[in-house]
Design a protein around this ligand. Structure first.
Ligand SMILES: Nc1ncnc2c1ncn2[C@@H]1O[C@H](COP(=O)(O)OP(=O)(O)O)[C@@H](O)[C@H]1O
Ligand SMILES: [Mg+2]
Length: 311
């Protein structure tokens, strides 16, 4: 079914899908609304998009898209033998947009084993699509961090112009970086040092002065740490902003924290204005870009899609 008026455009196909992970640490900042609307907007431009509800305990992408899927991620986690994520992909009301619905949220599927999670990440990369949009949950627990780290350069941090949200996003980014370092080295000595420090700069100082490593090893580790941080290029989206100026200030504060303490240089991708229609569209199951394409907020979503390269 095609609820959108324009004719679908046919696009050149990509070899492997791009993965865009939407996180941010804090709950209620608008990650799911952004993920769903961005996915619909990019699909309507002719790109093949799959939206993945990776909020393993409280999934609600289906609600925002106004559908009820017959299969869910639980089925993937408990498939016997070789796992096939394709079997869990469901259609939506929109051309070019498929969904991998979330889990039932029951205890064991909300906390998948490491191997189950790795299998999911591996399978996502084999899906036939141009773009996979992954909606994460709040908090900075390992599941969320590992999903966020799936795509080094393509994590979106959603914040609002409030100190609490900026602070949570900074802590989420720091936890992601430290998790990346932990997984890169798999060294108990470094993991121990990492537990006691608050920033990457402090960690580098700690490595330099520690007796655990030889001089040359210390130098190599410090260079690798900087390279690991620099290769992370998160994109900031400020939601519920009153205007572009307010959004810019919030994004600048987060960028400065990331640069000063973590040596990470985020990109300011854009913003969404506060709009009272958002909750109405959630209740109706008709995303903003479909029900109110002319609102400023829908224009903001369209701008984000273009800035991501999906014209
Ligand atoms: N730009 C906005 N303007 C007004 N309300 C918004 C906006 N974005 C999100 N909301 C509201 O914030 C709430 C949380 O949004 P949601 O996408 O579920 O957040 P998250 O996924 O980060 O927990 C929703 O009830 C929605 O109505
Ligand atoms: Mg959500």
């Amino acid at each position: 079914m095609q609820l959108i008026e324009e004719q679908p455009v046919s696009r050149p196909q990509r070899d492997a899908p791009e993965i865009l992970v939407i996180g941010g640490g804090k709950g209620g900042v608008g990650k799911t609304c952004l993920a769903a609307n961005l996915a619909v907007e990019i699909a309507r431009r002719g790109w093949r998009v799959v939206i993945v509800d990776a909020d393993l305990s409280c999934s609600n992408v289906e609600t925002v898209l106004g559908i009820q899927a017959a299969r869910r991620l639980d089925d993937f986690f408990y498939q016997k033998g070789g796992k096939d994520l394709g079997q869990v992909v469901c259609e939506t009301h929109y051309d070019n947009l498929a969904i991998i619905p979330g889990t039932t949220g029951l205890l064991d599927v909300a906390n998948p084993k490491y191997q189950q999670k790795i299998a999911l990440i591996r399978e996502l990369q084999t899906l036939e699509a141009d773009l996979i949009v992954v909606d994460l949950d709040a908090g900075a627990h390992l599941n969320t961090l590992d999903f966020f780290l799936m795509a080094d350069t393509n994590g979106i941090l959603v914040i609002t112009p409030e100190k609490t949200s900026i602070d949570n996003a900074y802590k989420f980014l720091r936890a992601s970086l430290f998790r990346r370092v932990e997984r890169f080295y798999q060294s108990p000595e470094l993991a121990l040092l990492l537990k006691r420090i608050e920033s990457l700069r402090e960690f580098i100082e700690c490595v330099k002065t520690s007796n655990t490593f030889e001089g040359e090893t210390k130098g190599a580790i410090c260079r690798e740490l900087v390279a690991l941080a620099r290769s992370m290029k998160p994109k900031i989206v400020v939601n519920r902003a009153r205007n572009a100026y307010e959004a810019q200030i919030a994004a600048n504060i987060l960028s400065k924290l990331a640069r000063q303490h973590l040596m990470i240089e985020p990109e300011n991708l854009g913003y969404l204005v506060f709009d009272n229609h958002v909750s109405e569209t959630i209740n109706s199951g008709m995303p903003l870009v479909v029900s109110y394409p002319r609102l400023k907020i829908s224009q903001c979503i369209a701008d984000l899609a273009s800035r991501l390269g999906y014209f």
